[in-house]
Design a protein around this ligand. Structure first.
Ligand code: KG4
Ligand code: ZN
Length: 381
């Protein structure tokens, strides 16, 4: 089975082809292989504004979507080594079984571009069109393994506690099975990625803030700065770390950074790296503590991470060592780094797990392109 996927929920225009073998028995040795995973990032454009400008993002998606789709589809034709006329093959899209598209959550004007492009293809080529929740996509990024055999269901994965941490969301989700999600907690204000981005802006670092702060924080380990200046110490709060619920709050952390930075600046001190290391650690501490507490409460068999913030090396390392030092056994999954930030392969994989719940004869009826609606506030349950 081959599925085409489209993702335009934020500032990445993305299309992907994945191939699934043994699709009818995903309990046994299903293999999800990426044929192409094309991402056209608008980061450089939005960097000059220090954040995403929705109208600019939508316009760029409209400009880029056809080119991105063409490259993603062409990869399949190249791998086939076909002697046939490439153009006519593209026009037939014969080799594709279904199309998946992100229909929310995200920026409405951005989502619309991908959904309308996908609807057009589904209509023209009479294909099922599967709407995929962006956050579920971040979770399903874990189920893509190339070229290894995937046999996760029989590994006794569920219930799983999933932490999705991106620029727009910080959510803890209980996953009882494939396609069975229940939100158990979320941020009450800023998302963790948003906190990284806003702190970077305060500190005059690049956009997106996550990678910029991680790079600054990494310097502290090799520098004497932190230790030489005994008068300098920075200690930031770990908001809601001890609250009994599974919610988060990161806007106070950003404000705490602002005040610390202003104080330091007025004393003419420049301890950017130390601030970055501390804010990164504060975010990591909260995310790990609350996820593990949720895993204990729900007797989870696995912890699954997803979203752009999971590309953070310190978070991955510290999470893994914490999980492996627990007095009980729990599986731990993170997507490959390039599958943490927004991409279409994760959406395509999400489409597969939805499709497979329905018998093939009903695909066109159940996944009728006419039924698909964009929802910028789409919930996972
Ligand atoms: O999932 P994603 O690509 O887009 C959304 O769905 O929002 O996540 C983007 C977020 C940004 O806030 C970015 O700063 C953050 O992920 N991010 C990171 C890293 N790479 C990206 N945060 C921390 N460390 C990183 N290495
Ligand atoms: Zn995302």
């Amino acid at each position: 089975m081959i599925i085409l996927g489209v993702e335009t929920s934020c500032d990445e225009t993305a299309a992907s082809l994945i191939q699934i073998t043994n699709q009818y028995k995903y309990t046994n040795y299903t293999n999800i292989r990426i044929i192409s995973n094309i991402v056209s990032s608008q980061v450089k454009i939005h960097a000059q504004y220090g954040g995403i400008v929705p109208e600019v993002a939508a316009r760029k998606h409209a400009e880029n979507i056809v080119g991105v789709l063409k490259i993603a589809l062409n990869s399949k034709l190249k791998t086939q080594n076909s002697k046939q006329n490439l153009k006519s093959q593209i026009l037939n899209l014969k080799f594709i079984d279904a199309i998946a598209v992100t229909n929310g959550p995200g920026l409405i004007t951005s989502l619309l571009v991908g959904v309308e492009a996908a609807k057009t293809l589904a209509f023209l080529f009479n294909k099922p069109l599967i709407p995929v929740n962006h956050l579920a996509g971040h979770i399903y990024a874990n189920f893509i393994s190339e070229p290894q055999i995937l046999n996760r269901k029989s590994q006794n994965l569920f219930p799983a506690v999933c932490l999705v941490v991106s620029g727009g969301h910080t959510e803890l989700i209980l996953m009882r099975d494939f396609e069975k999600f229940q939100k158990i907690g979320q941020t009450l204000d800023d998302a963790a990625g948003e906190c990284f981005d806003k702190v970077a802006k305060i500190l005059d670092l690049d956009y997106p803030g996550g990678p910029a702060i991680a790079a600054e924080a990494a310097k502290i380990k090799n520098s004497e700065l932190y230790f030489l200046d005994s008068k300098f110490s920075i200690s930031l709060p770990r908001p809601m770390i001890n609250s009994p619920d599974f919610n988060f709050s990161f806007s106070g952390l950003k404000t705490a950074v602002l005040y610390s930075y202003q104080k330091l600046k007025s004393k003419n001190q420049n301890h950017i790296s130390a601030i970055c290391a501390e804010v990164q650690q504060a975010i990591i501490d909260v995310l790990i503590t609350k996820t593990i507490r949720a895993a204990k409460k729900f007797k989870a068999k696995s912890i699954i991470l997803g979203g752009g913030v999971v590309a953070n090396e310190e978070l991955r390392k510290q999470f893994m060592s914490k999980v492996y030092s627990l007095p009980f056994t729990i599986k731990f999954f993170t997507p490959e780094k390039n599958l943490c930030t927004d991409n279409a392969a994760m959406i395509t994989a999400g489409g597969y797990f939805k499709l497979i719940e329905t018998p093939k004869r009903d695909w066109l009826k159940k996944f009728d392109w006419r039924k698909i609606k964009v929802d910028p506030n789409l919930e996972i349950n």
